[in-house]
Design a protein around this ligand. Structure first.
Ligand SMILES: *[C@@H]1O[C@H](CO)[C@@H](O)[C@H](O)[C@H]1NC(C)=O
Ligand SMILES: *[C@@H]1O[C@H](CO)[C@@H](O)[C@H](O)[C@H]1NC(C)=O
Ligand SMILES: *[C@@H]1O[C@H](CO)[C@@H](O)[C@H](O)[C@H]1NC(C)=O
Length: 223
């Protein structure tokens, strides 16, 4: 989840990174008959951006982060900030960036366990990709050190992109991520929040089996 956390965090720096559409060719252009390349995301490109980001949550590597994110990437997520804070008022300040650069993201995300990231929906505007995702219960993991959410967590991410050119391996890089998700379920599963007034019917539906090693690892990694 931590990766989650990192991944989910997102941001908003100033102006949109999307370049303006190319001016149409002038009458004197020698390539007037060539099609004008669109700089707007199409469905396939938006899906690729969503998948790229998801891989930073489910199969993280610095190599992928360097390939998919701009160096000045920013990640804003109060859901992640709250996880990092364990519900306390710090160290992260709510409303402020969780990660202020790609390197910051890499330092925070690199140590996080991989989290199942199932993409449920993808929408896009010219330069922004909107993703709805979930991490199911139980979370299939490959090692005991991985984090095991006991409840399905669902979230939404808004990814602002920068167009690099169609000849680039990644035509669209992610410049800003704004992400929120059900960190309440996560904190409960981690044992940070302890429900105290569940009805018999609701408590019978929830079976928690926390890996005692997970919370500490998770929390330490986020500081
Ligand atoms: C996450 O997945 C990637 C790709 O499979 C792997 O290289 C990396 O070691 C994994 N990270 C952790 C913390 O297990
Ligand atoms: C990944 O990048 C971060 C930020 O530069 C760095 O702190 C970390 O050591 C790197 N991890 C690996 C495995 O190279
Ligand atoms: C516990 O839940 C019951 C049933 O919803 C409610 O009537 C009661 O006020 C709750 N108690 C507390 C301390 O919140």
């Amino acid at each position: 989840m931590r990766s989650f956390i990192a991944a989910l965090a997102l941001l908003s720096v100033g102006a949109t990174a999307i370049p303006a559409p190319s001016a149409t060719s002038s009458a004197t252009s020698s390539s007037a008959s060539a099609p004008i390349e669109s700089q707007c995301l199409d469905a396939a490109a938006a899906s690729k951006v969503a998948t790229n980001f998801g891989s930073l949550i489910s199969a993280y590597s610095n190599k992928s982060a360097n390939a998919y994110l701009t160096a000045d990437f920013e990640d804003y997520s109060d859901s992640v900030n709250t996880l990092i804070n364990s519900g306390c008022t710090g160290p992260k300040i709510l409303g402020q960036a969780t990660f202020v650069s790609r390197a910051d993201f890499e330092a925070g995300q690199g140590g996080q366990p991989n989290i199942t990231f199932n993409i449920k929906n993808v929408w896009s505007t010219c330069g922004t990709v909107i993703v709805r995702w979930s991490s199911p219960l139980p979370n299939p993991t490959t090692s005991q050190s991985d984090f095991h959410p006991e409840e399905e967590v669902t979230g939404i991410i808004v990814l602002e992109t920068v167009y690099q050119g169609s000849d680039c391996e990644e035509p669209y890089l992610i410049k800003t991520s704004y992400s929120e998700f059900n960190s309440g379920a996560w904190l409960t599963d981690l044992g940070v929040f302890k429900p105290s007034n569940c009805s018999a019917s609701s408590s019978s539906k929830v079976k928690r089996s926390l890996d005692k090693g997970v919370p500490a690892a998770f929390l330490l990694g986020h500081a």
